[in-house]
Write a protein that binds this ligand. Structure first.
Ligand code: GTP
Length: 596
């Protein structure tokens, strides 16, 4: 297809504002998906996504649409909807020339909409503002059209009004996409350059890579090269999704499609990378490539130690489809054999953990998530700490932690509560804007570590669920951070070591020591539980001793009964972990690690 007849666009929207419903309606109106095949949310492929209503992976669909009698090709590129996937979102946006900014006419703009809108603006996309759900009795289209117009600097009359549910206004919206979104431009005679905006592992086909061709053309059977790694492959198949994969001879300037090269691991076909020809290929890659960098780490341990190989296999499988997932084996005194796993963020962590439990049937314990710290020692050496128990000992010059730029949107009555929360979490206010008389946008920089730790829950409860939050990493800052260890009878319990701000160290120590005192059964001897920074004890609790001699119940005589009891006791010990001399049931660790 001529570039002049192509329109590449995406939909950006807050969760539940109706992106999937609108996408489905478009597929149906353009005849790409027949009514009878239509199932709700055609584009969300994974069950877990459908159940949780979140879109994790993006995908592209080609739809025919004639405007003023001229047939055009619309490529709708689906963007992932959550903060953790900012980079994937930015690559999906970079593949488009325009976007539909979809806002629920009963809700108005939310933080996530704003964050993605800013990304779209950075990518110079044409923005079509649209209010959805105008069929709802609670819809206030005039009010929110004014809000949207104010935000993007257009006339309120230019804000389109649709109902993705009934289809009302959707054909007009497709016409507007053709009218307003610029056609892609590129050099048809230059060596091929295509940007990878998604890469998905398929059990039958291997990795399916989604690209937008910027220059030249990619054809079937050609040899291609990944510009970031130099790896070369043969194009076994190339084509477009409409909505199922449809092979073709090739795709050219401005077109969006998929490639199959037979690779089995998405890390060999990375989002953001540039694909070119192996021979006479391009010399300059397209801009914007970044390696995915895990931001949050957690230790994952099988509750049943014999599940360790199954956990390793499961992680290996998940990694085939997730270039951002990293892991390495780790041993913990308290939890046994497991893995330290790196994630893009909290949602990513949650999704992976849930998939491990649900799809692979594993029961897991996770240690409290932590961010990555950079530590400079006085002797000049540098350490990257992904596990608090590996925090370096010795003379530390500086500790740096990642910070994020957070956007919060809420009704004005919650301004005080949000400021209080952000202050308590070491936030620094960057600005505040009224979106309307009742709604305000607050901008903060916050340490990522403070968000990782139950920030969402605190925000929700302080704003009765009315606030929305979005954030993106912006770099790092030096902070007065210390490692707090928890000791049982003088021995460190590695899984409970935490890196916290020095002003919060005492509170953390008291809380953990108190929790463990409740959970650890009495032993034959007194067990002190201490929280310490280095050798300095900051909190202490004690589990009193008991004399519990099972054999004393046996009145001396009956040997077989005695043996039985010993047997029983041994059984019970299997699930016990030894920390130094102290026996702790694994359940105690699980309970102490679960947030309260
Ligand atoms: P995520 O996939 O979680 O980002 O959500 P989404 O933005 O894709 O929202 P989705 O399409 O799943 O719609 C959310 C809810 O709003 C669903 O219950 C839809 O049925 C409903 N909905 C979507 N569009 C309309 C509409 O135009 N009118 C009404 N009344 N309901 C709608």
């Amino acid at each position: 297809t001529e570039p002049a007849l192509i329109r590449n666009f995406c939909i950006i929207a807050h969760i539940d504002h109706g992106k999937s419903t609108l996408a489905d309606r478009m597929l149906q109106l353009t005849g790409v998906v027949e009514q009878r095949q239509m199932r709700a949310q055609y584009l969300d492929r994974m069950d877990i996504e459908r159940e949780r209503g979140i879109t994790i992976k993006s995908q592209a669909v080609r739809m025919p649409w004639a405007s003023d009698g001229t047939p055009h090709v619309l490529n709708m590129i689906d963007t992932p909807g959550h903060v953790d996937f900012t980079y994937e979102v930015s690559r999906s946006l970079a593949a488009c020339e325009g976007c539909i900014l979809l806002v629920d006419a009963a809700q108005g703009i939310e933080a996530q909409t704003l964050a993605n809108l800013y990304l779209a603006m950075e990518n110079d996309l044409t923005i079509i503002p649209v209010l959805n759900k105008i069929d709802l009795p609670a819809a206030q289209p005039d009010k929110f059209a004014a809000e949207l117009a104010h935000l993007i600097g257009c006339d309120p009359d230019d804000v389109l009004r649709v109902s993705a549910k009934t289809g009302d206004g959707v054909p007009e919206l497709l016409d507007e996409v053709i009218r307003q979104v610029p056609a892609p431009v590129g050099d048809a005679d230059a060596p091929a350059r295509a940007m990878i905006f998604d890469s998905v592992y398929d059990a039958y086909r291997g990795v399916v890579t989604y690209v937008k061709v910027v220059d030249g053309r990619l054809g079937r059977r050609e040899r291609i090269q990944m510009m970031s790694t130099g790896a070369t492959h043969e194009l076994l198949e190339i084509g477009v999704n409409s909505p199922e994969m449809t092979p073709s001879d090739g795709i050219a300037v401005g077109e969006v499609g998929y490639l199959i090269t037979g690779v089995k691991d998405v890390r060999q076909s990375k989002v953001g990378d540039t694909v070119t020809w192996q021979r006479n290929g391009a010399t300059e890659p397209l801009g914007g490539y970044k390696d995915p960098r895990p931001m949050v780490f957690s230790g994952l341990y099988p509750i049943d130690g014999s599940d360790y190989p199954a956990l390793r296999d499961a992680l290996e499988k998940l990694q085939l489809n997730d270039a951002a997932l990293v892991y390495e084996p780790e041993t913990s005194v308290a939890l046994g054999f497991g893995f330290r796993v790196g994630f893009l963020g909290l949602l990513h962590l949650e999704v992976i953990r849930e998939r491990l439990e649900r799809e692979f049937g594993l029961d897991l314990i996770a240690t409290a998530p932590n961010v990555v710290y950079q530590v400079t020692m006085e002797d000049g050496s540098e350490h990257t700490v992904t596990n608090p128990s590996e925090f370096p000992v010795g003379k530390i010059a500086e500790v740096r932690e990642p910070v994020v730029r957070a956007t919060l949107i809420a009704p004005t009555e919650f301004i005080g509560a949000i400021m209080e929360l952000c202050q308590a979490r070491r936030g620094a206010m960057q600005g505040m804007d009224y979106l309307s008389e009742e709604r305000v946008e607050l901008r903060y920089t916050l340490p990522l570590a403070e968000i990782v730790f139950d920030f969402f829950d605190a925000l929700k409860s302080k704003t009765r669920g009315y606030a929305s939050l979005d954030y993106e990493p912006t770099g790092e800052q030096a902070a007065a951070l210390v490692k707090v260890d928890i000791l049982l009878h003088g021995d460190k319990v590695d899984a409970f070591s935490a890196i916290v701000h020095k002003d919060k160290a005492y509170a953390y120590g008291v809380k953990m020591a108190g929790k463990l005192r409740e959970l650890i059964p009495r032993q034959q001897f007194e067990v002190p539980i201490q929280a310490a920074i280095g050798s300095r004890v900051i909190a202490r609790e004690t589990v009193r001793a008991i004399r519990k001699d099972v054999l004393s119940k046996c009145y001396g005589g009956d040997i077989s009964r005695k043996r039985k009891l010993l047997e029983k006791q041994k059984e019970g010990k299997k699930r016990m972990k030894m920390v130094g001399r102290v026996e702790v049931p694994q359940e105690a660790f699980i309970a102490a690690l679960s947030s309260d």
